[in-house]
Ligand binder design. Structure first.
Ligand code: AMP
Length: 301
């Protein structure tokens, strides 16, 4: 694995790979990355570090499907609407590097904030994300998705991947990034691959933020998953509005502070009130477990 901290150095390396230079350490793989074949192209896995098996599942899929897998670790300050959340975001860089190396990552891009935002993060561009950024995560974390787009646009511009690996765990973010790629005019160039949610044995969706849970909070944390299972088991048995109310009540009883529980059309994320067997329905939940905000989702039919 090669580690790059500087944008120009990574770009120069990728350009050289494209030109099939002889002297590169990954010459045979990397040069092939630009050719054809079942494993063609560059796969990209953007992360914020504090890596777990969920992240690694994205990387493993990339190594199976592409010739060159690039991961980035960048804790993007622009997407944190809460500065305390940013400050306490976990970091386990040494372990991350080891995990990436042993799971087939070819290149780690580890930029400093100034690499991604040479003009500072105050200089904000506006992305037309439509209604998607006014609902759910967008509603409860104002500005979050604009910040996500600022970093992801820059990363995509630098890496120029053929395949982009994202997790269903951040369902709405996947839709936002698909929109961003459309806005960048790259929808024909970048293939988005959405990978399933990896869970702990007790159902808790893996998340870097799980590291912030104390023992008691960790023991309660599978309640989000259990709430989604409750929705799945009871969908169609009564009104969806009542079902959501019950689910919120269940989470509150377990000591959580829910931001939302929503039952939405999986294609549009628009809330649905009537159950329709032909529509793919997604259950989504965001709730505070103490001071740690967790999210999860599940297809309900
Ligand atoms: P993050 O580091 O939280 O920004 O996540 C980086 C990528 O990993 C995103 O595409 C996430 O959706 C994905 N991811 C996070 N948690 C999981 C999980 N439990 N299973 C699969 N993918 C995940």
């Amino acid at each position: 694995m090669i580690l790059f901290k500087k944008t120009n150095e990574l770009q120069q390396y990728l350009n050289q790979c494209g030109q099939k230079e002889q002297s590169l350490p990954f010459r045979s793989r990397a040069a092939n990355a630009f050719g054809n074949g079942t494993q063609a192209g560059i796969g990209f896995v953007p992360t914020m570090g504090a890596l777990h098996d969920g992240h690694l599942s994205l990387l493993k899929t990339s190594t199976r499907e592409t010739q060159l897998s690039i991961c980035s670790i960048f804790v993007n300050p622009a997407q944190f609407n809460d500065p305390i959340d940013f400050k306490k975001y976990p970091s386990t860089l040494e372990e991350d590097i080891l995990k990436l190396e042993t799971n087939g990552c070819d290149i780690l891009f580890l930029p400093h904030v100034e690499e991604i935002y040479p003009d500072g993060i105050g200089k904000k561009k506006h992305y037309d994300l439509g209604y998607l950024e006014t609902i759910l995560e967008g509603e409860f974390r104002p500005g979050h998705f604009q910040g996500v787009c600022m970093a992801v646009e820059k990363l995509l511009f630098i890496v120029q991947p053929d395949k982009l690996y994202l997790g269903q765990k951040d369902y709405q973010q996947c839709m936002i990034i698909a929109r961003l790629i459309q806005l960048m005019g790259l929808e024909k160039k970048i293939d988005i691959k959405i990978c399933p949610i990896l869970r702990e044995k007790d159902g808790l969706a893996m998340s870097s933020r799980n590291m912030l849970l104390d023992k008691e909070q960790r023991a309660k944390a599978p309640a989000l998953y259990e709430t989604l299972i409750f929705l799945k088991q009871n969908i169609g048995k009564g009104s969806l509005a009542d079902l959501k109310k019950e689910a919120i009540h269940l989470l509150q009883q377990k000591g959580f502070k829910p931001d939302y529980i929503e039952i939405a059309d999986a294609k549009t994320l628009k809330p649905i009130n009537e159950w329709d067997a032909r529509t793919n329905i997604l259950g989504m939940v965001a709730a505070y477990n103490g001071s740690v905000r967790l999210i999860d989702n599940m297809l309900l039919n």
